[in-house]
Design a protein around this ligand. Sequence first.
Ligand code: COA
Length: 691
Amino acid sequence: MKNLTFSKKEGNIGWLEWNQANSPVNLLSFSFMEELEEIIKNTDPSLKALVFISKKQNHFCAGADINDIQKIKSKKELKNILDKVHDLFDRFEKLDLFKIVAIEGSCLGGGLEWALCFDWRLAGDSPSTRLALPETRLGLIPGFGGCLRLPRLTGLKNSLSLIPSGKTLSSRQALQINLVDERVPSLVLEKRALELAQNIVTKREQPLKKTFKNQKAFSFFIEKTFKHLIGFYAKNQILKKTKGFYPAPLKALELIQKTYGKKQDKKDFNKEKSAFCELHESSVSQNLIRIFQMTKQAQKIKTNSQIKKPIERIGILGAGVMGRSIAWLLLDKAFSVRLVDTKEESLVNTLKWVKQMGEKQLAKKQINSYEFKRKINRLSVSPHLWGFSNMDLVIEALPENKQLKENVIREVSKKLSPHCLFASNTSSLSIKELSQHSSSPENFFGLHFFNPAHKMPLLEIILTDQQKDLFLAPLSHFVKKLGKVPVFAKDSPGFIVNRLLAVYLTEALLLYEEGFDIERLDDCYSKQFGFPMGPFQLMDKIGLDICTSFIHQLKSSGLNFKVPSWTPELTQTLGLGEKSGQGFYNYKGTPPRQNEKLKQLKRKSPLDISDEVIIQRGIYRMINEAFLLLKEEKVQSEEDIDLALVMGLGFPPFLGGPMKYARDIGLSHIKNSLEKLSHQYGERFKTHFSA
Ligand code: COA
């Protein structure tokens, strides 16, 4: 068998091990189902208990095979598969023996739904033991009975906090809400599973199957009585988060609310199957699954060479906002970091900030005090370049000042060993030009993090012609360890994200100059189109100093933007944005209001244009510029643009990225609209693609 190995232990105990061949993770694949069918069919009637355990290190199960899910083309085919899985799980659940599942490592989606069919869930205490039903993140709901089985164990409120959000729990949290029955040190998990089975067989231990109803009868009664009120509150929370763009969390909520407190019934399982089939057909789910697959693909950086020395010690130049957030990201991923800045005050502030970040993790019990100390101790700061000859990678995160960067690169590169990689985090300067100032240009490249680096998943990588394949091996290992999504861009102003961002933001500034209110404009792009925030809220978040500087840099590098005349003075007029308390909005009260000083910016009276045209101006202009990037061969594929904008700019994932969105609504429609806009607003809307 490719997945399951059955053996019999003394005392009529069945022992079932899961280790999917040729795969780093276990998946609920078709072949797993076939093997399980065989095992259920041939269950030895003398068995009294069964233990199910994964033999993969750090993984119990990663859920249904997403590639299988995507290949399913018809509703009928999907319905058949769901029927089979439900039947299988149902028959397994009814087997007359005590079933124990031992969970160690990630237990996700269908894997957790499978674990819910057991009588007893034992979980290891290691940090890698994480449990979740993340299907809504793929635009789906749990489809193997999870929407019904989980609430029976954890209650209504806990299920509504878990399933619609796809939230991940540690084994400690899972124990608290009754999702697992027992938590033991990971080292003794297997031993305890066997001991429990033996005790059950010899009747020394008779654990009660814990349901929410039999454990917390009063809470169950309250939840059942007030399930509509609880559902109403949960719906508001979901709508606040999803703005109504994602149907899956609402479907999950509706189903859980309808079936909660009832006896497990075939009709209710059928409702779950129908909802799953409906969502599976939706463009939202297809787009989210595509993004998941593109992400996994991007993380496999192709290289023919073997890694000689992995990146372990990293130097960072510049203790500004970016430098410190890169430092924190690296510490979090167990790298040793040396942060250098000539300003001692910045170094002291960074140390304080890093300590606070660690304390937050400590307070949330994400780390213990030993891990906290180890993490903080991996950071050293200095105004000098001491120890730089031992670095494996140096990241320059200085302010966007060409002269300053060139001088520092010249000085630092002389101190580095021949194997050390040297990266610039510039967002607008030419990597090739900067590399000329390094004594080893073949080791110099661009590594563009997004702010805050410890939260934003995207990493733009910019290589020059001098880089050899050898270079990719340590880089690939490094990116994988960081857990970031890498996208390769060619050396050109703003690379991918900032160039498209500049186009979008400058169009918003022009719309403001034409007389439209920032609140209306922000609502158009966020509440109507689906960005997490509107362009003015985004500029305030990034910082107006940073926005005006990169817009200026990109404009002076010859890109075709038009900006209002007052753009360069925005910081003097309004402030720096959220970090200084005011920018386009004033952040002194909640909710933030328009900054009074906006009146000082010269503007016209607005012409009557619809929200649709406002959205087209920003979005179609961005799509058009993306086609220009492709035409200029500055990016490899439409998929790379989609991934970069979803991960780096928050382009609505349910739309699949700008290029997928363009293809979905039709290039000829976009071309026609751009032509109309170009008649009215000029050359910047001239199309760069053929429909
Ligand atoms: N379906 C198909 N393939 C999957 C998968 C899934 N549900 N989950 C993981 N994989 C594959 C990855 O694509 C990768 O393939 P590769 O070896 O060809 O590159 C491999 O398994 C290892 O995954 P990776 O993400 O590189 O390992 P990791 O240790 O960093 O993370 C998980 C493992 C399981 C935590 C992560 O892959 C994950 O979150 N998977 C999605 C889980 C999910 O959403 N399940 C619900 C499905 S409905």
